[in-house]
Design a protein around this ligand. Structure first.
Ligand code: NAD
Ligand code: ZN
Length: 282
């Protein structure tokens, strides 16, 4: 495992040395915690999918790429105002740099799905829009920022799949990147929360209820700088807080256990150490 971490901007290497022994102790402690967890909630972000090859936002590379290719930061390119003003550039950006149809769930997604199946995790609350938790088998997923897998027409609310919107035949001439509804001619947009838009109410209510009821809260792969999502952590009233993140976050000082290592590697190892649940327990 790597023995360095990135700062929360993702661009500067912080020379925080970790020994293998420290890391192993952290993993063993997390396995113990999960051993008594019955209604855990995982709260995550883009860092959960970097090991699947999807870059996060805080990395300098993502910022620079957007600036270099489009002359604008991701926060502008992914805003509702910009998407309406320049849908061709908006759709080019998400097709070329946000949507990754080849990405597969990594060890973190798979471990979380197994923890749910084993009756330890009640829900995953994610800021991600890639749909990889569901692909890994997680059932109870609250997507605070929506999902690229779903698309709908602004005019008539008809629903379309990701494959459908990516087919140039369903997109407006001459660029063939902006999908148009065959029923009403309206703009078919991804069901994601763009900057300047409100979070979906159902996902918010479900996430708050799950966090409020959780016995253990595991936060991972998120810089916690995107609001209001980060505020959800305040609803936790349970006993144990765990943070697994490469870079430092504002949550480090609140967590009972902090593991600064790649989350796929950590959860991939932890899952083998969690004791099996006795089927007679409640
Ligand atoms: N996969 C996706 O769906 C995706 C990708 C990029 C951005 N986004 C969106 O952008 C916003 C970004 O906010 P955010 O807080 O989710 O992400 P972020 O990019 O702000 O922060 C990611 C954090 O994860 C850490 N990290 C990166 N790789 C890691 C790994 N392998 N293991 C552990 N930690 C790792 C980084 O140090 C950083 O602190 C979100 O709203 C999200 O909707 C989503
Ligand atoms: Zn329509």
């Amino acid at each position: 495992m790597s023995d360095f971490v990135f700062d929360e901007n993702g661009d500067e290497v912080v020379l925080k040395k970790r020994t293998q022994a420290e890391l192993e102790a952290g993993i063993a402690e997390l396995a113990d915690i999960l051993g008594y967890t019955r209604r855990g909630v995982f709260f995550g972000g883009a860092g959960v999918s970097t090991e699947s090859g999807i870059p996060d936002f805080r990395s300098q590379a993502s910022e620079e790429l957007a600036e270099e290719l489009f002359g604008l930061p991701p926060e502008i390119l992914l805003s509702i105002e910009f998407a309406r003003k320049d849908p061709v550039t908006f759709h080019r950006y998400i097709r070329e740099h946000i949507i990754d149809t080849a990405a597969k769930p990594n060890a973190a997604h798979l471990a979380l799905a197994k923890l749910e199946a084993d009756g330890r995790l009640a829900a995953v609350v994610t800021q991600n829009i890639d749909g990889l938790h569901q692909l890994a088998g997680s059932q109870n997923v609250y997507e605070l920022h929506g999902s690229l897998q779903r698309n709908y027409c602004e005019g008539c609310a008809a629903k379309y799949s990701l494959d459908w919107v990516l087919d140039p035949a369903n997109c407006r001439e001459p660029d063939q990147v902006v999908p148009v509804c065959p029923k009403c001619g309206g703009w078919v947009r991804p069901d994601i929360v763009l900057y300047g838009e409100a979070l979906p109410e159902n996902a918010m209510l479900g996430a708050v209820a799950a966090i409020n009821d959780a016995d253990t809260l595991i936060v991972g792969g998120t810089s916690l700088v995107v609001y209001p999502a980060a505020n959800f952590l305040h609803y936790f009233k349970g006993h144990t807080r765990v943070l697994i993140n490469l870079g430092p976050t504002g949550y480090d000082s609140h967590a009972d256990l902090v593991i600064s290592a790649p989350i796929g590697e950590v959860l991939g190892e932890v899952i083998d150490q969690v004791p099996p649940r006795n089927t007679s327990e409640t």
